[in-house]
Design a protein around this ligand. Structure first.
Ligand code: GLP
Length: 228
């Protein structure tokens, strides 16, 4: 695992955007795994700004989001579909048919048909979850529906001002994520410090989902002390 600590959230966003765009320049047909949450917002802002200057950034790129809520319509303001449109897809030249969200076990086949994930960005839950793989998820899990922990529902409640935070989500599994050729984990701020320390300890356990990343040959962790 390659660890990089940067000065602040702006630097983390800049670094992550540079890695993403370098990936597309290297392979214009790149297959990206993409996260939601507060942490990657700055990365997406910079990618959008950069792509406004470049010609055809995402024209041949395919994306697979890590996860999505279950039981709310796609257009719900709190859905990850809406999040991705607001922060990225509405501002770049991606072909809508190439931007995927998990909707069932067929997701695995769609990822395989696209050639597999090339570069996947991850956020980190305070309890160590990656995507929506909560503590206790087998590392062998593939795309599946999960009941969200109270911890995770509380952390994401701000997107549901009516208080009706979804109880379930569908997520890529840890095995799906580990098949990505490259992985970049982003963690910003004090609320992630304990999880990062636990990850750094090197103990690999299903009780701490992010520790599965130790099993992968090419993971970069980008950290900043200041939060998103
Ligand atoms: C949600 C998402 C995760 C994300 C996590 C951290 O639970 N499903 O993919 O990594 O939140 O979010 P934040 O970046 O807002 O701390």
């Amino acid at each position: 695992m390659n660890w990089e600590t940067v000065a602040d959230y702006a630097a983390l966003s800049q670094r992550a955007a540079a890695i993403l765009l370098a990936g597309i320049r290297r392979d214009p047909r790149l297959v990206l795994g993409l996260p939601t949450g507060r942490t990657p917002i700055g990365m997406y802002e910079r990618v959008v700004a950069e792509c406004a200057r470049e010609y055809h950034c995402f024209r041949d790129v395919t994306t697979f989001n890590l996860d999505e809520y279950v039981g709310i319509p796609r257009e719900h303001p709190g859905s990850y579909y809406t999040f991705m449109r607001q922060h990225l897809f509405d501002h770049i030249d991606i072909d809508a048919v190439n931007a995927h969200f998990p909707d069932g076990p067929a997701y695995e086949g769609q990822i395989a048909a696209a050639g597999g994930l090339g570069l996947t960005f991850l956020g980190l839950g305070g309890n160590g979850h990656i995507a929506f793989n909560e503590p206790g998820t087998p590392f062998t899990a593939r795309t599946h529906v999960v009941a969200l922990s109270e911890h995770t529902r509380a952390a994401n409640a701000s997107l549901f001002p009516d208080g009706r935070v979804p109880t379930h989500a569908i997520t890529m599994g840890i095995a799906t994520i580990l098949e990505s050729r490259e992985i970049v984990l982003l963690a910003a701020g004090a609320s992630k410090r304990a999880a990062i320390e636990r990850l750094r300890s090197g103990e690999v356990t299903e009780e701490f989902p992010a520790s599965a990343l130790w099993k992968h040959p090419s993971v970069r962790v980008i950290l900043s002390e200041c939060g998103a």
